[in-house]
Design a protein around this ligand. Structure first.
Ligand SMILES: Nc1ncnc2c1ncn2[C@@H]1O[C@H](COP(=O)(O)OP(=O)(O)OP(=O)(O)O)[C@@H](O)[C@H]1O
Length: 828
């Protein structure tokens, strides 16, 4: 394709060069995808033409063929090329401007982000990433050194004629050329892509290989015929060179004289048996061989003459075929997790066939994108693509991950989306798809676990684990915003981790409840791991008693559960809040009551003292029924925030600051109680100290917050312990301590006391300051190894830092000098 016409040279957009490099680098072992990509582009161009021709009749004359042809051509001798693959479609084609724009730049959104990600990834990760991004035209360079794209637009450009132009580029080039095709017009309209195949990719010029690839990747992906054009050279008798016409000479000769194929030999063997035996001396007459010559024929063979997959009988289609069809149609490099193939009736007398797929992950922009009208439903009429934009009848956001083909039999071919919308068809289709997808999910979720005999792996229920991992959060979203009917079905499909099991449905939880249990217990900790939540102080007694607790780790979990209000007749109970009932309290009611009454009397002094101590911080101090080993916990009241809710609210307030929220948060913070564990030795110890104090009368006569009486050393120390106990309870219960510095200073004192170390002794601080400010010029030419900065030995003598600790009035030691900030800095 040498041209004498002046060629316009264009630099590739820098992103294109980067993408081509990644494609070529990472996909060497998946080179064969190039054919799928180019066929997919050809299919798109044909669809585009057919659809625009519905409104602009001038674009397509009646009877004009819409098809794709793959030609495999040998290369001229001595060129060093392995051959050429030429893929031609009779689609919309491109103007010279479109050739430059479409093939020289990347218009895809998110390209830059993708490139940054891909460049930082390993080669195999790159392969995966690219699979998701879509390779498109640039995959040509996986097998070709040079690519020529000749194209004629179907539409006449404004004020001009339709011309055939060429886009040409080498695999290594930083630029490409666009010029009028020196061959003139060879195409009516459409695009012809010529790949000059590299020597190491010569397998792709082999018809057998190409047939195999089309069968594997593309046979179902286009409804337009794909033809394979090959040149076949055969040896045939040369009639002209023969004096006797061959047909005539054969008439007189024995069958063995004709050039034989293997089949001929077989049939001849069969005939020989029927012939009368010849005497040994009758030698067979050997006829003269006719002269032969090589004849090259053009052969067109349709590669996709089978009907599209969705109209086939499901029994005749293998899983692999379903998966291949999915990957090429929906441009996904991963197999789908499940499919459903069914025929239906829309309810408005339109019958249709449909094929649904659950992809292996949510689309990358699932959470970030606004509701998109265009999603993964491809609407066809009589096998011909109509639209993938269902307008207002697009699938709801929660299920927009669904990939589906819907092919209606009884609609006119030239129907437009607007016309469809005026009928009820689209709305009916949408509701049928959602219903069917939910029933597919239910089937997977309820499949009993079974063992695959070949692999020995668990199947059935295991498949749903994969599905849940991939789209579980979308199912939760559906359960939250779906209609009442959907809410229950989707709620049944949700799965949770618990303290005893990993993957539990709500129905399963309910049937596993203990006698008398009226609550579904849950504990929420957004962003935490379920196994860490399972160790929470709030679960210890429930766990020890054998109750199951749902562990919620995603932000919407708690809101979702509360939106159900009840499940299977049980209410939901946050175990970090008041109101926890085991349901068997009545069984041992008398014994329990007596024990509670005894404990209440015994611990009354401690409860009273703690209530006084924590006044304004917690609402109440009570004896706990939920602790086993931990000494205490902070429990939110019904209207208070659990630690989880408090964190969520705090995150929200950072974005939406308003005083009503602040007020609410402050109110909620106060709605909590401290529960103490009467069985804990620490609590027992505190009780003993309180019993030794003489404080009750003082407090009763006290009007202010601070008792007017003298505080003894024992009470002072108990106050410190009480503060640490409260902060510890907050942390244990997942809350934040209000002032971590004070908390740790207190811990510090207790540690010193237990070690017999002075409570006021200061740490010796000896810090070498940074050298003086650099005044010399900046050296931009950094050497690989910069010389080490030199410091003088111990250049400054620093004064000791003092660290202020809360002062203990009972300490026998002289008071330490307070840290003077200004003085400290002066010294520096
Ligand atoms: N055979 C063709 N006929 C007409 N236009 C084409 C053809 N092949 C490519 N194009 C144009 O070139 C553009 C870029 O093609 P490319 O294959 O790189 O990306 P894409 O098809 O948009 O995306 P992807 O293939 O990744 O889904 C296409 O959007 C289309 O406009």
């Amino acid at each position: 394709q040498e041209s004498s016409t002046p060629k316009e040279k264009h630099e590739y957009q820098s992103d294109v060069a980067r993408l081509r490099r990644i494609v070529i680098n990472s996909l060497y072992s998946h080179r064969d995808v190039f054919l799928r990509e180019l066929i997919s582009n050809a299919n798109d161009a044909l669809e585009k033409l057919r659809i625009t021709a519905l409104t602009d009749k001038s674009l397509l004359q009646a009877g004009e063929p819409l098809n794709i042809t793959i030609k495999l051509l040998p290369s001229p001798a001595g060129t060093g090329e392995a051959g050429r693959v030429v893929i031609t479609d009779t689609g919309v084609g491109m103007t010279p401007e479109e050739l430059t724009q479409n093939l020289g730049t990347l218009a895809k959104s998110g390209t830059s982000d993708f490139l940054v990600q891909a460049e930082g990834a390993s080669t195999s990760q790159q392969g995966n990433l690219i699979g998701q991004f879509g390779l498109g035209f640039y995959s040509s360079f996986l097998v070709a050194d040079h690519v020529y794209v000749a194209s004629v637009p179907a539409a006449r450009p404004e004020g001009g004629e339709r011309e055939q132009w060429v886009f040409a580029s080498g695999a290594e080039d930083q630029s490409f050329e666009v010029y009028p095709d020196p061959r003139g017009r060879t195409l009516e309209h459409g695009t012809e892509i010529t790949l000059v195949v590299r020597d190491d990719a010569k397998e792709f010029v082999d018809p057998k290989k190409v047939k195999e690839l089309v069968e594997k990747h593309s046979s179902f992906s286009t409804t337009y015929p794909i033809y394979l054009y090959t040149l076949i050279t055969e040896e045939v008798p040369d009639e002209e060179a023969s004096s006797v016409p061959i047909a005539e000479s054969l008439e007189h000769e024995a069958p063995s004289a004709s050039p034989k194929s293997e089949a001929d030999e077989d049939s001849e063997a069969a005939i020989v048996e029927d012939l009368p035996e010849e005497s040994e001396d009758t030698a067979p007459v050997t006829p003269p061989l006719p002269p032969m010559k090589n004849v090259t024929r053009e052969v067109y063979e349709q590669l996709n003459d089978q009907p599209p997959i969705w109209v086939c009988d499901a029994k005749t289609v293998s899983d692999e075929e379903y998966n291949e069809f999915y990957k090429s149609t929906f441009k996904d490099s991963h197999d789908p997790l499940a499919h459903l193939h069914f025929a239906g009736d829309s309810g408005s007398t339109v019958s249709f066939k449909s094929l649904l797929y659950i992809p292996s992950e949510l689309p990358p922009d699932f959470w970030s994108s606004q509701m998109s009208r265009v999603n993964g439903v491809r609407l066809m009429v009589k096998r011909v693509f109509i639209t993938n934009d269902l307008g207002d009848d697009a699938l709801p956001k929660w299920i927009s991950w669904l990939r589906a083909i819907v092919d209606a039999d009884d609609l006119p071919l030239n129907v437009s989306r607007e016309q469809l919308q005026s009928t009820k068809f689209l709305a009916q289709i949408k509701s049928i798809l959602v219903k069917r997808a939910i029933s597919l999910l239910q089937k997977l979720a309820n499949a009993p676990p079974s063992i695959n005999e070949e692999t020995g792996e668990e199947e059935g229920g295991a498949k749903y684990k994969e599905v849940w991992k991939a789209i579980g959060s979308a199912i939760k979203m559906g359960a939250m915003e779906g209609s009442a009917g959907q809410k229950n079905k989707l709620g049944s499909l949700t799965r949770w981790a618990t303290n005893t099991r990993e993957f539990v449905g709500l129905d399963d939880y309910v049937s596993n409840r203990k006698k008398g249990q009226k609550q579904i217990f849950y504990l929420a900790g957004v962003g935490q791991r379920a196994e860490d939540l399972a160790k929470s102080v709030f679960i210890e007694k429930l766990h020890a008693r054998g109750y199951e607790v749902l562990l919620l780790t995603e932000p919407m979990d708690e809101i979702l559960l509360n939106s159900f209000q009840r499940w299977g007749g049980l209410t939901f109970q946050d175990v970090a809040k008041k109101g926890l009932k085991y349901g068997d309290e009545d069984l041992d009611a008398e014994a329990d009551k007596t024990e509670q009454a005894t404990l209440a009397v015994r611990f009354a002094p401690l409860l009273g003292w703690l209530k006084q101590e924590y006044k304004g911080t917690v609402m109440d101090v009570v004896i706990s029924n939920r602790l086993v080993t931990s000494p205490c916990a902070i429990v939110a009241d019904q209207y208070g925030y659990s630690a989880n809710m408090e964190r969520l609210m705090a995150a929200q307030q950072r974005t939406a600051k308003d005083s009503a929220n602040d007020w609410m948060a402050e109110f909620a913070r106060k709605q909590r109680s401290l529960e103490i564990n009467p069985k804990s030795p620490l609590i027992e110890g505190m009780l003993r100290v309180v019993q030794g104090l003489d404080w009750e009368e003082d407090v009763l006569s006290d009007e202010g917050d601070k008792p007017s009486r003298e505080i003894t050393q024992a009470e002072f120390e108990l106050k410190e312990v009480a503060q640490i106990l409260l902060d510890g309870a907050l942390v244990r219960s997942g809350f934040e301590v209000s002032d971590p510095n004070t908390f740790f200073s207190r811990v510090d004192i207790i540690l010193r006391r237990s070690l017999g170390v002075s409570e006021t002794a200061q740490a010796k601080v000896d810090v070498r300051p940074a050298p003086p400010v650099e005044t010399g010029p900046l050296d931009w030419n950094f050497k690989q190894h910069e010389p080490e900065l030199e410091f003088k030995e111990d250049p400054f003598e620093l004064g000791d830092f003092d660290y202020e600790l809360p002062k203990n009035p009972f300490s026998q030691e002289p008071e330490a000098k307070a840290f003077d900030e200004a003085q400290g800095h002066d010294e520096l």
